[in-house]
Design a protein around this ligand. Structure first.
Ligand SMILES: *[C@@H]1O[C@H](CO)[C@@H](O)[C@H](O)[C@H]1NC(C)=O
Ligand SMILES: *[C@@H]1O[C@H](CO)[C@@H](O)[C@H](O)[C@H]1NC(C)=O
Ligand SMILES: *[C@@H]1O[C@H](CO)[C@@H](O)[C@H](O)[C@H]1NC(C)=O
Ligand SMILES: *[C@@H]1O[C@H](CO)[C@@H](O)[C@H](O)[C@H]1NC(C)=O
Ligand SMILES: *[C@@H]1O[C@H](CO)[C@@H](O)[C@H](O)[C@H]1NC(C)=O
Length: 267
C-alpha cells in the first residue's frame, strides 16, 4: 500500500508510520446535529469509526518517560546506526529487506525510548527510483523497517533522522498550546468628530487552544466565523467600536522556543 513504486514520480513517495506502543485517545463525542449550520461535528465530516482509529494510529507518537535536561541526551544522527538484517549477496524482485535502526544520544549511549522520526528508503540513483518503508517504533530505542525490492539491479538504503524524539515533543507541545506564533494586524475604520475618519491598527489573533485566548482578561473584540465556529480576537481599539473592523493583514511572528529547545532543533 505505502510501498508504491513510482519510477517517474519518485518525489511523491508516501511515508506512513504506524506506532504500536501507546494508547490512542478516544474519539471526541460528536456535537449533536441540530438545524444550525454553524456547528460542524466529526460525524458531519463523514469520518467512520474505523477511519478515526486509523488516523489516530497514524498520528500517534509515543512520549518519552522523562524529560531531558541536557542537549547531549537527545538522539544523535551521527551516532545512531542502522543495519540490514541477514544481508545476502542477492535478492529476488518483490522480496523485502529488513532494516534495524539503533538510536543513540550524543554521548553514544543507546536510547531507551522511542519517538524519533526516522525516514527509511531504498533507492537507485541510476534509475532515479526510490521506495520508502514503514518505520516501526519498538519504544526501546530500536526501530525496524521492511523495504520492498521492486526493481532489478543495484539498490542502496538511506535512513534519515528527520527529528529527534525530543524535537518531536517540542513540536507536539506547541501544537497543543495556544501560544501565539503568528500575529495579525486588524484595521478598524470609522467616522470621528467633525466628519473626520479615524483609523486604528491593532493586533489580532485566533482564539484557540487549551488556554483559550492569546490575551488575558477582557482584552478584545471577538469576531466569530459562523460557519466554522472559529473566533478571531482583536485588541479593543481605543476610539472605535468592535464592529468597525474592515480588514486584516499578516503581522509579526513569534518564536516560542527557549534556549534548550532552540539548540535541540539545531542538533
Ligand atoms: C430542525 O428543524 C425541523 C424542521 O424545520 C424541526 O422539526 C426540528 O425540531 C428542528 N430540530 C432542532 C434540534 O431544532
Ligand atoms: C446557532 O448557533 C449560533 C452560534 O453558536 C447561535 O448564536 C444561535 O442561537 C444558534 N441558532 C439556533 C437556532 O440554534
Ligand atoms: C514485505 O513487507 C510488507 C510490510 O511489512 C509486508 O506486508 C509484505 O507481506 C512483505 N512481503 C514479503 C514478500 O515478505
Ligand atoms: C526492543 O524491542 C524489540 C521488540 O520488542 C526487541 O526485539 C528488541 O530486542 C528490543 N531491544 C532492546 C535493545 O531492548
Ligand atoms: C483617540 O482619540 C483621542 C481624542 O480624540 C486622541 O487623542 C487619540 O490619539 C486617539 N487614539 C487613537 C489610537 O487614535
Amino acid at each position: 500500500r505505502n510501498l508504491h513504486f513510482m519510477p517517474t514520480l519518485s518525489a511523491l513517495n508516501v511515508f506512513i508510520c504506524i506506532y504500536i506502543c501507546s494508547n490512542h485517545p478516544p474519539r471526541p463525542v460528536p456535537v449533536p446535529r441540530n438545524n444550525n449550520s454553524s456547528i460542524i461535528s466529526a460525524v458531519d465530516m463523514g469520518i467512520s469509526d474505523e477511519e478515526w482509529e486509523r488516523l489516530q494510529k497514524a498520528l500517534d507518537w509515543p512520549i518519552p518517560d522523562e524529560e531531558i535536561t541536557h542537549l547531549i541526551q537527545s538522539t544523535s544522527p551521527v551516532h545512531s546506526t542502522f543495519s540490514i538484517v541477514g544481508l545476502k549477496e542477492s535478492y529476488k524482485v518483490g522480496e523485502n529487506i529488513s532494516v534495524i535502526i539503533t538510536a543513540r544520544d550524543h554521548n553514544k549511549n543507546l536510547k531507551r525510548y522511542g519517538g524519533d522520526f526516522f525516514k527509511a528508503k531504498l533507492f537507485s540513483t541510476e534509475l532515479k527510483a526510490s521506495v520508502y518503508g514503514e518505520v516501526v517504533d519498538h519504544c526501546n530505542g530500536t526501530y525496524s523497517v521492511a523495504l520492498l525490492l521492486p526493481w532489478e539491479g543495484q539498490a542502496q538504503v538511506n535512513v534519515r533522522l528527520e527529528h529527534s524524539s525530543e524535537v518531536v515533543q517540542i513540536l507536539k507541545k506547541y501544537r497543543e498550546s495556544s501560544f501565539p506564533r503568528t500575529h495579525f494586524n486588524g484595521y478598524f475604520e470609522g467616522s470621528g468628530p467633525k466628519n473626520t475618519r479615524i483609523r486604528e491598527v491593532v493586533e489580532c489573533n485566533l482564539k484557540w487552544g487549551a488556554d483559550g485566548s492569546w490575551r488575558k482578561g477582557d482584552c478584545c473584540c471577538e469576531h466569530k466565523d459562523i460557519r466554522t465556529g472559529t473566533v478571531w480576537q482583536c485588541e479593543r481599539p481605543k476610539n472605535l467600536s468592535c464592529d468597525k473592523l474592515v480588514r486584516h493583514s499578516g503581522g509579526r511572528l513569534e518564536n516560542p522556543l527557549n534556549l534548550l529547545e532552540q539548540q535541540l532543533f539545531s542538533k
